[in-house]
Design a protein around this ligand. Structure first.
Ligand SMILES: [Zn+2]
Length: 302
């Protein structure tokens, strides 16, 4: 098996998943202090890093999704830490099912898929942490959790101090843009988290997918601005669809706001529906869109 490419930033090593950690893979971060070592998440690539994983003392999850738990089965005895708002999703399939919030037939198919493709196993032993939680790794190396919800309710950045290396998880700065398509996702929270992210005292930013490691603040801010703009672009397209004629939510889901027409993952219609509904709610609240409960149709406010 070929060696996994990696990059080192002081106490932090990033192991890059296949295709730069593009979903379904991700980038594995391991932080080594003088006394102990931690893994941030365990994407699929963790399964090619068994020796490195076995040397960690604990796993801190930045959030819960199937692609971030794919190596936990390698560490059955390691303590697993996750923000309290994502804790039930880590502990049981029922918790994860509520976290996704999809209809039962989709959940049933998804459970089979993530067992097969992501080595999925719940962790009833996982423990919850709060915003601001810290872990001392020895030699002055410390990890601090910073709650940046939106992608999931418990999504956190994990900041390695004093070096200022920030693991920003699925605020992944990808061309796709922010994902807020699950029951536990929130568009409003995601907007606030994107505003707060540049204030983190960081000098390097590591994403779970795609971008990997960014070491220049100007590059980071440019990528972050483009990522955040995807939300505005989706809103503009939604208004355009509504200007062309009143639509029901089901029609808007069929027209697709996030995914290209050929994309065929199990959850796409559910994610489209949840995302579009949040945009519609915002636009109705702002008085820019009207909803007719009788017909279920949305139209732009005249
Ligand atoms: Zn995720």
């Amino acid at each position: 098996m070929s060696e996994v490419p990696s990059a080192r930033f002081g106490p932090v090593t990033v192991y890059f998943g296949a295709a730069h950690g593009k979903y379904p893979d991700g980038n594995q971060v391991i932080v080594r202090g003088a006394d102990s070592a931690v893994a941030f998440d365990t994407p699929l690539v963790a399964n090619r890093l068994a020796a490195q994983l076995r040397a960690v003392d604990r796993v801190i999850l930045g959030h819960v999704h199937e692609d971030h738990m794919a190596g936990l089965h390698l560490l059955p005895d390691a303590p697993i830490h996750v923000h309290a708002a994502d804790l039930q999703a880590a502990r049981s399939w029922d918790g994860l099912a509520r976290h996704y919030g999809y209809p039962r037939p989709v959940l049933d198919a998804l459970q089979l898929k993530i067992r097969r493709d992501f080595h999925y196993a719940p962790r009833p032993d996982a423990s919850g942490y709060a915003d601001g939680a810290t872990w001392e790794l020895g030699g002055g190396v410390r990890v601090r959790a910073l709650h940046l919800p939106g992608h999931t309710a418990g999504h956190c950045a994990l900041l390695v101090e004093p070096d200022g290396i920030a693991f920003i998880g699925d605020i992944d700065l990808s061309g796709f843009g922010p994902y807020y398509g699950d029951a536990s996702s929130s568009l409003a929270d995601f907007r606030r988290s994107l505003q707060r992210l540049p204030q983190l005292p960081a000098r390097a930013w590591i994403t779970s997918h795609h971008k990997g490691a960014i070491t220049d603040r100007t590059d980071f801010e440019r990528l972050l601005a483009a990522f955040a703009r995807r939300i505005d672009e989706r809103q503009a397209r939604l208004l355009q669809l509504l200007q062309a004629g009143a639509c029901t939510l089901a029609e808007l889901v069929r027209a697709r706001l996030l995914y290209p027409p050929h994309a065929s993952e199990l959850w796409i219609d559910c994610a489209e529906q949840r995302s579009i509904q949040q945009h519609l709610d915002e636009l109705v609240e702002a008085g820019r869109v009207q909803h007719d409960p009788a017909s279920g149709r949305y139209r732009t406010a005249s």
